[in-house]
Ligand binder design. Structure first.
Ligand code: SAH
Length: 328
């Protein structure tokens, strides 16, 4: 049994079954604090790790909105769950080119990831949450595949589904048509909105999920070695995720009084912001990479790859301009 599996089975024996939310929270905090799960040797790959074009387009979107806001010099770059720091590094290269000289604040709970991020971004300051980002800064904020790692609750009818320990295995205590909700994600979205309201700025949220709430559906899944695995096996040794309900996040944000963009698919958004031109420019400079650049663009944008399942949504404080790429 995995070390966390032992701890969780002991906890269930003494406290009774755990909610899916508590199980997912425990698994992911252990998982992220004990390894770097990204890349070929890890369990999964994310858009910024596929190619620098991803971070550059995000950086271009932030650079554009910062310039149109009048280049406020109180603005800082803030990223939630930056992984290896690749997105931050690619985005900041573009931002610095247009004269952005602001601080870099990374919200990251994993010490393993903080170390990697600090090597790539020596200027970065680290935070457990948004609340400690110093006051009187406006925000250029990004979160890629951050929300999907935060836990969901699951219900079968009105019953909250739990994880029990039976006969030497973890098992769900109720099966049937599952509905999900995520107060933790909504609370995080509300916190982002509160900070934007207080300080000004924009936030770009990218994740895999759906826009319309789906009445029914169990989307909890585990990723290990780049393949799907069973969520109740190997606790703490595989990545647990669940689809992000963008509609629910948008509602939470609107309740704070912060404007939310439409939800765009990642492929459409990247194409609208010129990934084709960026790919051509890179290929012209590095002709030997033409095929790998084209392949990366396909992986990021094609509907059968990340293009449709992944979604992008932008928030802004009322006095800031809209982030580009969300028109009809
Ligand atoms: N954005 C990166 C990594 C995605 S993996 C990329 O696209 O490659 C999820 C990231 O969120 C990891 O860095 C993980 O350590 C971090 N994370 C997970 N839960 C968190 C929490 N509650 N607060 C801050 N960071 C968290």
């Amino acid at each position: 049994m995995t070390p966390l599996g032992k701890a969780l089975s002991d906890r269930i024996k003494s406290e009774g079954p755990l909610s899916v939310e508590a199980y997912m929270e425990a698994c992911n905090s252990y998982y992220y604090s004990t390894r770097d799960p990204l890349g070929a040797e890890g369990d999964f790959i994310t858009a910024p790790e596929i190619h620098q074009m991803f971070g550059e387009i995000v950086g271009a979107a932030l650079a554009d909105v910062w310039v149109r806001a009048g280049k406020p010099d109180d603005a800082v770059y803030v990223e939630l769950g930056p992984g290896r720091g690749t997105l931050a590094s690619d985005a900041l290269r573009v931002l610095r080119r247009v004269g952005f000289a602001g601080e870099v604040h990374l919200v990251e709970t994993s010490d393993a990831f903080r170390q990697t991020q600090a090597e790539l971004l020596p200027e970065a300051e680290f935070h457990e949450s948004l609340l400690t980002v110093p006051p009187a800064r406006s925000l250029l904020m990004v979160a890629n595949e951050f929300f999907d790692a935060l836990p969901v609750r699951q219900f079968v009818g009105d019953y909250e589904r739990r994880v029990e320990w039976i006969g030497g295995h973890f098992a769900f205590d109720r099966d049937g048509e599952v509905r999900e909700s995520s107060p933790v994600r909504e609370a995080y979205a509300s916190e982002i909105a509160n900070q934007l309201k207080l300080r000004g700025g924009v936030a770009i949220i990218i994740d895999y999920g759906h826009e319309q709430p789906r009445a029914i559906g169990d989307t909890l899944q585990a990723m290990r070695d780049h393949a799907f695995a069973l969520p109740l096996e190997q606790p703490g040794e595989q990545d647990l995720t669940a689809h992000v309900d963008f509609g629910a996040l948008a509602d939470a944000v609107r309740r704070i009084g912060i404007p939310v963009s439409r939800v765009k698919s990642q492929g459409t958004w990247l194409e609208t912001l010129g990934i084709a031109a960026r790919a051509m420019a890179l290929a012209a400079k590095n002709p030997q990479d033409t095929e790998s650049i084209a392949e990366a663009r396909r992986r990021l944008c094609d509907e059968e790859e990340m293009g449709r399942l992944f979604k992008v949504m932008a928030l802004r404080s009322p006095e800031w301009p809209e982030v580009a790429g969300f028109g009809s």
